[in-house]
Design a protein around this ligand. Structure first.
Ligand SMILES: *Cc1c(COP(=O)(O)O)cnc(C)c1O
Length: 356
């Protein structure tokens, strides 16, 4: 018997969540965003779960080429564009679509001799101030792209900073985008998961949901279940030790939890080296034998402690869910001061993954 910690991935949940996003934007095509190894779910596993996806969007060139070599023929969009002139050649050879967001890669596109023209996503900065040409320069950049023999098609693209925040929303970015795009007659892609849920006016030609495909919420105050999403990842382990504490005894490094009275504590094989957040405080929810209990004290590298008060049947070997179908990753993330996105991407390579 090996260490009991494992991460289980449910392809049916990913397929369900894709259909959910497609049903919200039925007239649009959907790029399944699969950067960061499919948000930690395994790129190949996610692609296999989505035989009907309209396309995939990621940013690691090696992974994109591997998908082509594995026979994936659907559109693949490189979200951060190329990082070198060589990658433009790779993109051309393998039929990858690339975001162009700055002058250097535009210059490569205009000057290199490529084997095949590419589909270009002209990325406009409408206020996120991360990547993109100043939105108002869209007509000039589009004219250069249209004049370029290496360019097959052009799609306009932008990314929202606060589509998940009803207080801020998308209005000013959208107004800038639409003004810049006016009269160009080009296809468009704007929406991440949050915008796909809340702003049908930005569905346009392609939507780009990521986190929702994996069954987590993009919103701070709306659960994945309330959005019709199903968790695709479960992080599961077992109790590997039990301690009986007396009043005043402490648990773990820094003696960060003190028992108020006699109580049993379970030790779970899962720590921060597995991707469990070290900043999760006492009280963070954990499921033990299907019953919700709480984390105690500081998370160690390889272990964490849970409260077994009220769980007299729990013992060594009792199953533990750190997050998954019965304990939303978003609840654990909130308790630890982060977001579900970060937890799912951070599951460590040493944790064995199994496809359900
Ligand atoms: C990551 C990413 C997305 C997906 O965002 P979610 O919030 O996970 O839906 C969409 N577009 C771009 C450009 C991204 O980088």
């Amino acid at each position: 018997m090996s260490r009991p910690l494992q991460v289980l991935i449910d392809p049916a949940a990913i397929a369900h969540n894709y259909r959910r996003m497609k049903s919200l934007a039925p007239a649009s095509k959907v790029y399944a965003v699969t950067k960061a190894n499919g948000y930690g779910h395994g790129l190949e596993r996610v692609v296999a779960a989505l035989p009907d996806a309209d396309g995939f969007a990621l940013l690691e060139f090696g992974r994109a080429v591997a998908l082509r070599e594995a026979g994936v023929t659907r559109p693949i969009l490189m979200l951060e564009g190329v990082f070198s002139a060589d990658e433009l050649l790779l993109a051309s050879r393998h039929g990858l679509s690339v975001a162009v967001h700055e002058e250097r890669s535009l210059h490569w596109l205009e000057t290199l001799a490529l084997p095949k023209p590419l589909d270009i996503y002209l990325k406009l900065n409408t206020g996120m101030n991360r990547l993109g040409f100043v939105a108002e320069t869209a007509p000039a950049v589009a004219a250069r792209l249209r004049a370029c023999a290496n360019v097959a098609g052009i799609t306009l693209m932008t990314h929202f900073a606060s589509a998940d925040d009803p207080g801020r929303g998308i209005a000013s970015q959208l107004a800038r985008f639409d003004a810049a795009a006016e009269g160009l007659g080009l296809p468009m892609t704007l929406a991440n998961s949050a915008a796909t849920f809340d702003f049908p006016q930005v569905h346009r030609d392609w939507v780009r949901p990521g986190v929702a495909l994996y069954g987590a919420t993009p919103f701070a105050h709306r659960s994945a279940a309330s959005l019709g999403l199903i968790a695709a990842m479960s992080l599961q382990s077992e109790i590997i030790g039990v301690q009986a504490l007396e009043a005043g005894d402490t648990v773990g490094y820094g003696a960060a939890f003190t028992a108020p009275g006699p109580m049993r504590v379970g030790i779970v094989a899962c720590g921060y080296a597995d991707g469990y957040p070290r900043h999760a405080p006492t009280g963070t929810p954990v499921l033990v034998g299907g019953v919700r209990t709480r984390l105690l004290g500081r998370v160690s590298m390889d272990m964490l402690a849970v409260d077994l008060s009220g769980l007299p049947q729990a013992q060594i070997g009792t199953p533990v869910e750190l997050w998954g179908k019965d304990l939303p990753i978003d609840e654990v993330a909130t308790a630890a001061g982060t977001i579900g996105y970060e937890l799912m991407c951070a599951v460590a390579p040493r944790v064995p993954a199994r496809t359900l």
